[in-house]
Ligand binder design. Structure first.
Ligand SMILES: [Zn+2]
Length: 395
């Protein structure tokens, strides 16, 4: 009988290592809007079996089944309701307009959601911005901003100066074909993905999500860019280190990957192993913390996006969390997939009077503190972040 050797979906190499915890079960759509608590608890779940490529350092879910996911209306993952995220997006739009000379050109975004970032680009001076998104019907918003269904006229993107995909690459099971398609435009390219190094360093298992087939590190993203005949102009951590931002242009580099790449991959392999080894301890740490916090009074989790959903789904005893809070109005009144936690608007927190607020993303700590102050609430704020070994220290 033939033994199946998993090949890296990016570089094709078959020397992979497996994540120590083995299989983890999560809802297949962590950002699906659920309008009923009982139905939310019954959503379909899928398995994650993480593999790490010893050649390019890509991490991927070897158990991912693409046919289980469908990005239909009702899939809601906009972050633009947060002031901190809006500041980040505005600065990025300005950088893209300057880098790719968009004041005189067209930018094309693949996976544009409702077009929040296309609006940022136009606001920053981009002459024309066009987007595609499978979860949207074709809509037209304003003069210089056109959104099309992906089946609509692709010829409209001819002559684009920039093609960009923010938080899309990690959702596709064939990243090579996807990036090759982007590069076939001959335009400048901007890719943004969650940064695997951050997840490994922080031990942040709540950054795992079924919808993400891949978890790119800097060396893995660099290798893929080179593979499609593009040159990395800039590759850096962004958004408090949680994202990787890649600016690339057509043209190959003739330098081989070399010993620096091999050293980076070896270091990342060790971090991947450490992340796996710490998983059970970190989950147990947060489970014990929830018990302690709940003894002091109501606990709420701020952030009902994928981090919040994964945390609540994987930490035993998360039913001790009274509710979730989210600034995205579309999520308010809905329930967390997999656990059924109710999602409140910040203004509704006064009715719960939480004694502890778990902050699912530390990047939003300041704005959450400000909202709570304005509401006259003074709960203890606990950011969910684990520097290396933090679980052991706090245990
Ligand atoms: Zn690889």
């Amino acid at each position: 009988m033939a033994v199946h050797v998993p090949a890296c979906p990016s570089c094709g190499c078959t020397s992979s290592r497996t994540w120590a915890p083995g299989s983890v079960s999560l809802p297949v759509a962590s950002n699906m809007l659920c309008f009923d608590a009982a139905a939310a608890r019954q959503v379909p779940r899928g398995e994650l079996v993480l593999l790490f490529c010893g050649s390019c350092s890509l991490t991927w879910n070897g158990a991912f089944e693409e046919e289980r996911l469908d990005y239909v209306p009702g899939y809601e993952n906009s972050l633009h309701h947060s002031p901190a995220f809006s500041r980040y997006a505005a600065a990025l739009a300005r950088a893209l307009v300057a880098t790719f000379d968009l004041e005189r050109g067209l930018a094309v975004e693949v996976g544009c959601g409702r077009g929040d970032f296309l609006r940022e680009l136009v606001g920053a001076g981009c002459a024309r911005a066009v987007g595609f998104d499978p979860s949207l019907p074709g809509i037209r918003i304003e003069d210089r901003l056109e959104l099309y269904d992906r089946r609509a006229g692709v010829t409209d993107i001819e002559g684009a100066r920039l093609v960009l995909a923010r938080h899309v690459l990690e959702h596709v099971s064939d990243p090579v074909t996807f990036v090759t398609t982007l590069s076939s435009t001959g335009a400048g390219m901007y890719l943004e993905v969650p940064r695997a190094e951050y997840m490994f360093d922080a031990g942040s298992f709540w950054d795992l999500v079924y919808e993400h087939v891949t978890y790119f590190s800097a060396p893995a993203l660099r290798a893929l860019t080179r593979k499609v005949g593009y040159r990395v102009r800039e590759l850096r951590p962004s958004f408090g280190g949680q994202f990787l931002s890649l600016f690339a242009v057509p043209g190959t580099t003739h330098r081989p990957a070399g010993p620096r790449h091999a050293g980076e991959v070896a270091r990342l392999a060790a971090q991947f192993d450490a992340f796996g080894a710490a998983f059970a301890t970190t989950v147990a740490h947060w489970s014990a913390q929830l018990t302690r916090m709940a003894e002091a009074g109501p606990v709420v989790a701020w952030g009902a996006g994928s981090k919040g959903a994964t945390f609540l789904n994987l930490v035993p005893g998360s039913d001790l969390v009274a509710a979730c809070v989210d600034v995205n109005p579309l999520k308010q009144g809905c329930y967390v997939p997999g656990t059924g936690h109710a999602i409140f608007a910040p203004a509704e927190l006064a009715s719960i009077k939480p004694s502890t607020v778990l902050v699912m993303n530390p990047n939003y700590l300041d704005e959450i503190a400000a909202v709570l102050r304005q509401s006259g609430l003074t709960p203890r704020l606990v950011p969910v972040l684990d520097g290396p070994g933090q679980a052991a220290l706090a245990g």
